[in-house]
Design a protein around this ligand. Sequence first.
Ligand SMILES: Nc1ncnc2c1ncn2[C@@H]1O[C@H](COP(=O)(O)OP(=O)(O)OP(=O)(O)O)[C@@H](O)[C@H]1O
Ligand code: SF4
Ligand SMILES: [Mg+2]
Length: 339
Amino acid sequence: MTTSATFSATSAPSSASARPLLEVRDVRKTYHLPRGQTLKAVDGISLSVMPGEVLGLVGESGCGKSTLGRCLLRLTDVSSGQILFEGQDITHLSERALRPVRQRMQMVFQDSYASLNPRRRIGDLLAEPLKVHPGPDGRKRSRATIAARLHELMDLVSLPAAALDRYAHEFSGGQRQRINIARALALSPRLVVADEPVSALDVSVQAQIVNLFADLQARLGLTYVFVAHDLAVVRQISTRVAVMYLGAVVELGETDAVLHRPAHPYSAALTAAVPRPVVGAIRAAPLGGDIPSPVARPAGCRFHTRCPFVQGRCRAEEPALRRIGPSHSVACHFPLAEG
Ligand SMILES: Nc1ncnc2c1ncn2[C@@H]1O[C@H](COP(=O)(O)OP(=O)(O)OP(=O)(O)O)[C@@H](O)[C@H]1O
Ligand code: SF4
Ligand SMILES: [Mg+2]
């Protein structure tokens, strides 16, 4: 199939909804390794996501994308910092207090098979959250309500209702990802964190699933944090992009600005490899040099060991993420672009 399909527009946040749906304030996640080493997987990230936005999260393997995604949904506890969802500080909510919040924030993972219990029919898997959580009226959903919702969900992800009676192994990777999306949408969430949801799929199927995400976002007014290695995927679906390097956001801005006028040398290196028309054709980031170990992060600018523009100041002083335009920020002493 052609992969130059038109993707649904991602709606910009409206001025009427000025309050962020998600706010991340100086979030850190440190792992304590044997032999007393500490690994700063997420090293002081602050950002906010407006309702209806799609924030693309990119960066090389190991930079902390999945860890941040898991922190956002409280699938893992943060070491410090704050996470606000719909204005509510959820950083330290108990599991019990989190339950109603969890209905409104969901995750879709890369491995479509691992997330589906092979011994249960798809209908039962999808019905589970509907049975566990009460309906909008606060009461247990009836069997008929659940059955109707399952059909609606199949419809949303363009699978036949007969799929409900089948098992995960009977589907292709792309179909299984549709099922995972349906399950994530069962409780009508507002926020979906998608962690490389198309990375494991055949190139020809990737575009269909990205299209589905874009279509659902527009139809249901969803907000996504969309993690992807592949900048071409990010370009298709994201309103804004956050570029991560060694646990930190080094550039944050509107997709067009970051991809076409990157201000951080790392973003520039990533975007130099973006294929133009084809989703998934080339993996980004043929950068020189190895990524330093997150256990021994370089002093000063965390990118200085690989940066072609490094100067003395970079080795001594860590650049803060600072604003260079109305919605464009960069953590570099000598940005390549302004605005
Ligand atoms: N449970 C854990 N214990 C120790 N270290 C961890 C743990 N989970 C992740 N890490 C480390 O944290 C860092 C960030 O990992 P993470 O999986 O978030 O990266 P990523 O950007 O999602 O990478 P990828 O693109 O490969 O999925 C890595 O160095 C990883 O080895
Ligand atoms: S601060 Fe210096 S080393 Fe870091 S990205 Fe900017 S120019 Fe390169
Ligand atoms: Mg990951």
